[in-house]
Design a protein around this ligand. Structure first.
Ligand code: FPP
Length: 250
C-alpha cells in the first residue's frame, strides 16, 4: 500500500467537542492534545516520515485573550511533558511560523525542544504555530528581495525552485496527504505553497474524537488515489489497460 511520506493535518473541532459536552473550550483543546499523541503514534507505527500539525494560526491571535493564554500554557506544558518521550522515540521536532510573537519563555522552550531532538530522523514532527501560508510566501519573497537589493541575486534568477527553497519545510518532501477534521472544507491559510499537489481528505470527526480507524480511512483513501501531477492517466499508470485516459487538468 502506498503511504504518504509527509502528512499535514488541520486539527479542527476542539471547541465544538467541548460545547457538545457543555464544557469550556479549553477542555476540548486538552482532549485535542491527547489526539496529537495518537496521531504521532500512528505515524511512527506506519513509518510515515513527516507530520505537520497546524496548532495555532496567525489569525488565532484574534481569539479571546483567555483562550489564547490557556492555549499558550497548554503548548508549554505539552512540550515539557512530551519532549523526553519524543526524544526517546526518534522524533525530530521543529516549529514553523512567526515565533517572535510568543513569550520569551515559550520561544526558549521551542528552541530547546528543537535542539534536543535535532539529530533524529525517524519522524519529523513540524508544529505550525503563529503560522500563515501567505505570511510564509511573503517571508520567502522578502528574503529573495533582500538578496536582490544586496546584489547577491538577479531578478531573472528567481524561479519556483528558488522561491520554494526559502519556504518553510523546504528540506522535506511536500505533504502527500492533507487531513482536516471537524467538517469544514477549507485549507484556512495552511501551507499554501506546499499543498499545490497534495491529496486532500476531510472528515466530520472532531479532532478530539480522532482514532486509529479514522487515520486508516484517510491512508486507505490516499492509497487509492491516482496522482497525476498535471500529466495524463496513461502517462502515470504503467499498465495502459488501467489508465484513465481523460484529459482533464489535474
Ligand atoms: C482548532 O479547533 C484547534 C486549535 C486552534 C488548537 C489546536 C490545539 C491542539 C490540538 C492542542 C494541542 C496541540 C499541541 C501541538 C500540543 P477550534 O478551536 O477551532 O474548534 P472549533 O472549530 O470547534 O471551535
Amino acid at each position: 500500500m502506498t503511504l504518504p511520506r509527509h502528512l499535514a493535518v488541520i486539527m479542527d473541532g476542539n471547541g465544538r467537542w467541548a460545547s457538545r459536552r457543555r464544557r469550556p473550550r479549553m477542555i476540548g483543546h486538552r482532549a485535542g492534545a491527547r489526539a496529537v499523541n495518537l496521531c504521532i503514534d500512528h505515524c511512527l507505527e506506519r513509518g510515515i516520515g513527516a507530520l505537520t500539525l497546524f496548532a495555532f494560526s496567525s489569525e488565532n491571535w484574534g481569539r479571546p485573550e483567555d483562550e489564547v493564554g490557556a492555549l499558550m500554557k497548554l503548548f508549554m506544558g505539552a512540550m515539557e511533558r512530551e519532549v523526553e518521550e519524543l526524544d526517546r522515540r526518534g522524533v525530530r521536532v521543529r516549529f514553523i511560523g512567526d515565533r517572535s510573537r510568543f513569550s520569551p519563555a515559550l520561544q526558549a522552550r521551542m528552541a530547546s525542544t528543537e535542539a534536543r531532538t535535532a539529530q533524529h530522523r525517524r519522524l519529523s514532527l513540524n508544529i505550525a504555530v503563529s503560522y500563515g501560508g501567505r505570511q510564509d510566501i511573503a517571508a520567502a519573497a522578502r528574503s529573495l528581495a533582500e538578496d536582490v537589493a544586496a546584489g547577491r541575486l538577479q531578478p531573472e534568477q528567481i524561479d519556483e525552485t528558488l522561491l520554494g527553497s526559502r519556504i518553510a519545510l523546504a528540506d522535506q518532501p511536500p505533504p502527500d496527504l492533507f487531513i482536516r477534521t471537524g467538517g469544514d472544507l477549507r485549507i484556512s491559510n495552511f501551507l499554501l505553497w506546499q499543498l499545490a499537489y497534495t491529496e486532500l481528505w476531510f472528515t466530520d470527526t472532531l479532532w478530539p474524537d480522532l482514532d486509529a480507524s479514522i487515520l486508516d480511512q484517510a491512508l486507505d483513501a490516499f492509497a487509492a488515489r491516482e496522482r497525476r501531477f498535471g500529466l495524463t492517466g496513461a502517462q502515470v499508470t504503467p499498465d495502459p489497460a488501467q489508465a484513465d485516459t481523460d484529459t482533464h487538468i489535474a
